[in-house]
Design a protein around this ligand. Structure first.
Ligand SMILES: [Zn+2]
Length: 488
């Protein structure tokens, strides 16, 4: 435009006055445009069905996606292809090394004395198998404690039942699990049984605490079967036959994350939207975390389709290796060290497709006030609540420990715990409405943050991170997961 008219000058002046008065730099035109864009994002999320369709594709054509497996690779390729087709020319793989790869073999167990009966069991991840079929006595160790540690004369050569909470969605108990496993291996136990918390005779799996290599075969046993074994033990000695066929790869493995950007006009700030695509293979990894990648991927496609140009960059990142030790997000943090100060927020989703409620701030009370303002658009979706809790249950931990503001999507708990890492984590149990709503929530959160004038908070210094970990009770787990950290 070449000429300024007097009327335009007045308009510009009054816009500046309004801006100064409200403290908000958005002109009303910009605010209107953002409102329109947000409405269209939500509309697309709720009507296109893109996230449920992608979830069906990944769960039915690929299925379970164990880290380092051909299925994990196929998923990374499918995500990359889908991003490219949506117009993300900058979509790419970011490779990293896995310390070890593991193959999930069959696991069978039966009582051979005093009766013959097969057992419902399943192997934990990243633990060795048995040397073929073994016949071993059964020992009931009960609950471990400071004064109650395994002694070789009690457990040598035996399969040992240990009372631990098995349901692996809270990372805080995982420390006890690996400590007792190490003690049992040292005392010469042949295998460790953890009684499953799952309903309906289901078993559970996880590699948390065991990657890169568990110290002995660690087996989930259905609660009903453990109760049966204990009834037998009360009457006399019990002998089992176990055959667990897991194997480790010969050397380190390779994995990859997938990333793509919608570049902002101002590159000084960046918002990450992320989810992990690896899963366990008892079922299809639908709730954990097929829905997460489906939501993030569809959020990316919608913003591309709507030609959204945010002020700051929105980066979509799909991690592998979450189920082992958040390997993908750790690799990301390492590979993008130089950029961490620029990350305003990391929004991670990994809690299943129940009704979204808001975001967990992972202990960052300093972010609360600004976050509340920026997430106002989520109020109409019932998803603007903030939670100060903190955990290490997913990839947000890799960002938390380097001080980057990390948000986790919170949802209604529903029956997530029952399905988590079991044979019923299947596509048919996903409510497409909730998945679409989550897509909208994730997209709006990223959109709102990326269009903010300034970062809602800042990266914490190492001493502040140390305080945060102490305050939130995560320090012991941090020491376990990061044994080489200088922060200790
Ligand atoms: Zn997960």
């Amino acid at each position: 435009m070449r000429f300024f008219t007097a009327a335009m000058v007045v308009f510009l002046l009054s816009a500046n006055v309004a801006k100064a008065r409200s403290g908000n730099s958005n002109s009303s035109h910009e605010a209107q445009q953002q409102e329109d864009e947000m409405a269209r994002i939500v509309g697309y999320a709720m009507t296109r069905g893109g996230a449920p369709a992608f979830l069906e594709l990944v769960t039915d054509t690929i299925g379970g996606r164990i880290t380092g497996s051909p299925q994990s690779r196929a998923t990374a390729e499918l995500i990359l292809k889908t991003l490219k087709e949506a117009g993300f020319d900058n979509a790419h793989f970011e490779e990293y090394e896995l310390t070890s790869t593991w193959e999930h073999g069959s696991a069978t167990g039966e009582v051979i004395s005093p009766v013959q009966r097969s057992l419902m069991i399943g192997s934990y991840g990243w633990v060795p198998g048995t040397p073929g079929a073994i016949e071993v006595p059964l020992v009931d160790f009960g609950a471990p404690g400071e004064d109650h540690v395994p002694k070789p004369e009690q457990v040598r050569g035996a399969a040992v039942i240990v009372d631990l909470r098995s349901n692996g969605i809270s990372s805080t108990y995982a420390g006890t699990r690996i400590i007792i496993a190490r003690q049992l291996a040292q005392a010469g136990a042949a295998a460790m049984f953890i009684v499953s918390d799952k309903p309906d005779r289901m078993v559970y799996t996880s590699a948390f605490g065991f990657y890169p290599r568990g110290p002995l075969p660690i087996i989930s046993i259905a609660a009903e079967d453990a109760a049966f074994l204990r009834r037998l033990l009360a009457k006399g000695p019990v002998k089992l036959r176990l055959n667990v066929q897991n194997s480790f790869g010969s050397g380190p493995g390779r994995e990859r994350n997938v990333a793509a950007d919608i570049e902002g006009s101002d590159r000084s700030g960046m918002v990450l939207l992320c989810a992990h695509f690896d899963s366990w293979d008892a079922a299809q990894g639908a709730n954990d975390n097929g829905v997460g990648i489906a939501a993030v991927l569809e959020a990316a496609r919608i913003m591309k389709a709507l030609k959204i140009r945010p002020k700051h960059t929105i980066r979509f990142v799909f991690f592998s290796g979450e189920e082992q030790l958040a390997n993908g997000s750790r690799a990301y943090v390492e590979q993008h060290k130089g950029e961490l100060d620029k990350i305003w927020a990391v929004f991670n989703t990994d809690s299943g497709a129940q009704a979204p409620l808001g975001f967990q701030l992972n202990g960052r009370a300093d972010l609360e006030a600004e976050t509340k303002k920026l997430l106002k658009p989520l109020a109409a979706l019932g998803a603007d609540r903030l939670y100060l809790d903190a955990d290490f249950d997913s990839d947000h931990e890799s960002f938390m420990v380097v001080g980057v503001p990390a948000y986790s999507l919170r949802v209604e708990p529903g029956d997530y715990d029952a399905r988590h890492h079991t044979i019923i984590d299947t596509f048919d149990r996903i409510d497409p409405r909730m998945l679409s709503l989550q897509t909208a929530v994730m997209a709006l959160a990223a959109y709102s943050f990326a269009n903010a004038e300034q970062a809602p908070g800042r990266r914490l210094a190492p001493a502040e991170v140390r305080d945060l970990l102490k305050r939130t009770g995560l320090e012991p787990l941090y020491k376990l997961e990061y044994p080489d950290s200088k922060m200790q």
